[in-house]
Design a protein around this ligand. Structure first.
Ligand code: GLY
Ligand code: MN
Ligand code: MN
Length: 548
């Protein structure tokens, strides 16, 4: 018994892997082909899997794959990396455009943490070349022969991990020489990435080098924007020289100094995010199918909670019902921490404590999304815990609803994100002015302090360019009004937080509300809350009877 306990303590837990992809190898081959088409000539892109993150002591968080990596590969396991080449590479088998490196089979680790896959199996996922991760270090010795090595910014949040080796029947714990930590260290060496590399500083240098001598004000403005993100950069001599003294006579000298600072680098951290924004904001038909399912599951969660809710219910129980519904449909996770906030808690935009016990007659803001095979919904409903809106709750709810209606109807191809926000803001401002809650149009931002829309996909806030709407985007439309206690208005409005959030597919024929199945207007919500819940007989023993 003792040795069993010891062996449990010795092993670092790693709780399974993210849900496998449901999309076909052909889907990912097409995605990688489109990605390659956008890469600059003679470049290579290097993308790593996400690190395993430690929760505490020897327990890790459930693994979540890096969304860019998953988008390009569908590969769900850690300690992996892919190289994608613009131009064909050659080996003995012929030419290839990509090579993925994955962990080797290991019976012992698989006994603890689950299946790893043979190279033949991974090859069937549609990659030109597949190799064990230990081959990566040798393959990246020639990166300086590429004009550009495209990469994502390093976050420095990886732990060096251990592995087990067996010798003469004994088990030894040793450094894993090819875990993500070591793969990234080798890559860092191969591209001469300084330990203290600052992407913002790099961006500042690139901005200076590409500046137009006849329009220096524009460059100064860009540099100010960069410095705003990290004020320590103002101490940098080159930036200081340019910003403080953008005179013609210093220009050439500053350019020379800047070029010297950048001379050894052929890596690039701008291009992959930019390609990804272009690609990921437009969903493929396969992605749309998965997102429709994620949204449909989340809608059922909202409906079942509306039916089950009563004033003695806790925020935690409401969260549990939503998440239970997600699991019933096979969703492995939530796309972000569930937000269930009653009364004043609804005024905290990303409230996740969810620990209020009794909700009485307060409004409950429920912002949750099922993650289905990697793709996440993002749906919010705000409902009165006792099933009936009070006059104040209803007055504010109607404003948010009208604002959302206008923005959803405006979600048409060619309209801008900015114009939709403006539509929603105008209606909220007019409504708040009408109720005497504000006296100036601009004061509305105090009670509507966030944006209106974002893309959803593999990330709840999916990448995109956020310019104009195009077919096959899926965006949220989510206006809100939040009036915390002590706001400068009549106290009868205090502690009301309302957000209504739907997931909208943009099509040539107009917006399609994928989450329309969950009642959204106040009458529909009250009617749904009068319905009987399937959970009405799901009564568990009182806690006090469980303990001696
Ligand atoms: N659930 C986070 C958001 O609505 O953006
Ligand atoms: Mn959202
Ligand atoms: Mn949300």
């Amino acid at each position: 018994m003792k040795s069993f306990i010891v062996s449990i303590i010795l092993i670092c837990f790693s709780f399974g892997y993210a849900q496998k992809s449901k999309l076909t190898p052909e889907h990912y081959q097409n995605i990688r082909k489109s990605f390659r088409d956008k890469m600059p000539d003679n470049s290579v892109a290097v993308l790593f899997s996400a690190p395993i993150r430690n929760r505490a002591n020897d327990v890790d968080y459930v693994y979540h794959q890096d969304p860019h990596f998953f988008y390009l590969t569908g590969w769900h396991q850690p300690h992996s990396v892919i190289l994608i080449y613009k131009n064909p590479q050659r080996d003995r088998q012929g030419s290839y455009f990509e090579k993925i490196y994955v962990p080797e089979r290991d019976n012992y680790m698989e006994m603890w943490n689950g299946k790893r896959y043979s190279l033949e199996h991974v090859k069937q996922l549609g990659f030109d070349r597949v190799a064990e991760r230990k081959a990566f270090k040798a393959d990246i010795q020639y990166l300086d022969s590429f004009d550009d090595v495209l990469m994502l910014e390093f976050k420095n949040d990886i732990r060096n991990q251990k592995m087990y080796v067996f010798k003469n029947g004994k088990r030894y714990k040793v450094d894993d020489p090819n875990d993500l930590f070591d793969l990234k260290a080798a890559f860092r060496d191969a591209i001469n990435l300084p330990v203290d590399f600052s992407p913002l500083l790099q961006l500042a240098y690139q901005t200076i080098l590409s500046s137009d001598e006849n329009n220096l004000d524009q460059t100064v403005e860009k540099l100010y924007n960069i410095v705003q993100q990290d004020s320590s950069l103002i101490e940098n001599e080159i930036i200081k020289g340019f910003v403080k003294n953008p005179l013609q006579k210093h220009y050439n000298e500053i350019q020379r100094k800047t070029a010297l600072e950048l001379r050894n680098y052929n890596f690039d951290i701008e291009t992959i995010p930019s390609i990804m924004a272009d690609m990921r904001e437009i969903k493929t038909n396969d992605e749309i199918e998965l997102l429709k399912k994620a949204v449909a599951i989340s809608v059922v969660g909202q409906i079942e909670v509306m039916k089950a809710m009563h004033p003695k219910m806790s925020e935690r129980e409401i969260q549990g019902i939503h998440e239970f519904v997600y699991r019933k449909y096979g969703a492995a996770d939530e796309g972000y921490p569930s937000i269930v906030g009653a009364g004043e808690n609804g005024c905290v935009l990303h409230y996740i404590e969810n620990d209020k016990k009794e909700l009485d007659n307060q409004l409950v803001l429920m912002d949750l999304g099922a993650e289905f095979y990697g793709y996440t919904a993002d749906v919010t409903r705000t409902v009165p815990a006792n099933g009936v809106f009070s006059p104040e709750q209803k007055a504010l709810y109607k404003i948010v609803y009208a604002s959302q209606e206008a923005a959803i109807n405006g979600a048409k191809v060619g309209n801008s994100f900015r114009s939709l926000f403006q539509l929603s803001y105008d209606i909220i401002a007019e409504g708040l002015l009408g109720l005497g809650i504000i006296s100036e149009y601009s004061e509305a931002k105090k009670y509507y302090p966030h944006g209106l829309s974002h893309h959803i996909g593999l990330d709840v806030h999916d990448p995109g360019n956020y310019g104009y709407l195009e077919s096959n985007m899926i965006i949220t439309v989510e206006p809100g009004i939040y009036i915390p206690k002590n706001s400068p208005c009549d106290p009868r409005w205090w502690n009301i937080g309302i957000r209504i959030e739907d997931d909208i597919l943009i099509t040539e024929d107009g917006p399609v509300n994928l989450s329309a199945g969950a009642p959204r207007d106040w009458e529909g919500i009250e009617a749904m809350m009068r319905k009987e819940s399937v959970l009405k007989d799901f009564i568990l023993p009182d806690m006090m009877t469980l303990i001696q």
